[in-house]
Design a protein around this ligand. Sequence first.
Ligand code: SF4
Length: 66
Amino acid sequence: MTSVTVDPGRCTAYGICVGIHPEVFAVPPGSPLTVVTRDVLTEDDLEDVREAVRACPAQALRLVEG
Ligand code: SF4
């Protein structure tokens, strides 16, 4: 089971991750941080989520592989 977490102390809600993979990341109106909309990532999510983890300028995303 693989998931991705958002560090609320780091995320700035700018939404680069949303642009990369909107199926998993979303910034609802007024939200101070991105939210993860899928608790368990699918195989198809992994490539884009890994890219989002790398691209996040705040280093707020962490892939949790278990
Ligand atoms: S790219 Fe990083 S800082 Fe920007 S919204 Fe996504 S998690 Fe937050």
